[in-house]
Design a protein around this ligand. Structure first.
Ligand code: FES
Length: 255
């Protein structure tokens, strides 16, 4: 079941010149949501028509009844979100799509690989794994140190490994070059970020003989399966990323 809710902005924290963490509060208990699912938020543009933008669930704070969204200002709509202030209302349709598979047992060694703003759903996923007693390893990458988001929050739920392309933090290079991949074995991988990164992560998983799920960042408009602008080719034919995804097993993808 999907809900259309007017959520109240509790805070809007600038994390970098293009990133913000928006915490939203609901009047009634938030519905069940799973890591990897997303929300369609209503944003205004200069012609004051309303558009919706898909934003993945960054975290759900059940105690405070808050939903967190990590936003990258990449266009007019998302830039508008950066200007929201405490007390403003944000109309959201949620929860949408299918999320990540949670580990079957706390002993399952999960590697969560994120790049740029793609780290967003991995915080929620990591918190759910931590909740059942698991110890996820987060492998987080960015071009440069300022693009690393929420690192301290990730540390609450597991071990954090970092790469930056310019070497300004963590190991220098791409996530798939991090030493942890050679030194440790994992049972399963979850990834979200730019497509070239996810393709490399999927290759790593294939070579390691383990399952990998990726959260597709296909452009979306309606978010509810109607416009077909998010179509992805898979071994089972075309699927809509907003309906059958956004999280899919990478073995199904024609990457
Ligand atoms: Fe419209 Fe997926 S976004 S069908």
């Amino acid at each position: 079941k999907k809900y259309v809710l007017d959520l109240e902005v509790v805070s809007n924290e600038t994390l970098s010149d293009i990133h913000a963490l928006i915490k939203l509060r609901a009047a009634d208990p938030l519905p069940e949501m799973y890591p990897g699912q997303f929300v369609e938020v209503r944003v205004e543009n200069s012609t004051s028509t309303f558009l919706r933008r898909p934003i993945s669930v960054n975290f759900v704070d059940r105690r405070k009844n808050q939903l967190w969204l990590l936003v990258a200002a990449v266009g007019e709509g998302t830039r508008h979100l950066m200007t929201l202030q405490a007390g403003d209302k944000l109309n959201c349709i949620l929860p949408l799509g299918h999320g990540f598979t949670l580990p079957e047992s706390p002993g399952e060694r999960m590697l969560l690989v994120g790049g740029g703003v793609g780290v967003a759903p991995l915080l929620f996923l990591g918190s759910e794994i931590h909740k059942i007693g698991g110890e996820p390893v987060f492998l987080l990458g960015a071009k440069t140190k300022t693009g690393l988001l929420e690192t301290d929050l990730f540390k609450q739920f597991g071990r954090v490994c970092i790469t930056t392309e310019d070497g300004s933090a963590g190991e220098k290079g791409f996530v798939t070059q991090h030493s942890v991949l050679n030194e440790e074995r994992f049972d399963r991988v979850a990834t979200c970020g730019p497509k070239p990164m996810m393709v490399s992560v999927a290759r790593y998983a294939e070579q390691a003989g383990i399952e990998c799920e990726a959260s597709l960042e296909n452009s979306m408009a309606c978010g509810i399966g109607a416009c077909l602008c998010c179509v992805e080719k898979t071994i089972d034919g075309n699927i809509r990323a907003c309906q059958e995804g956004p999280v899919l097993n990478t073995r199904k993808l024609l990457w």
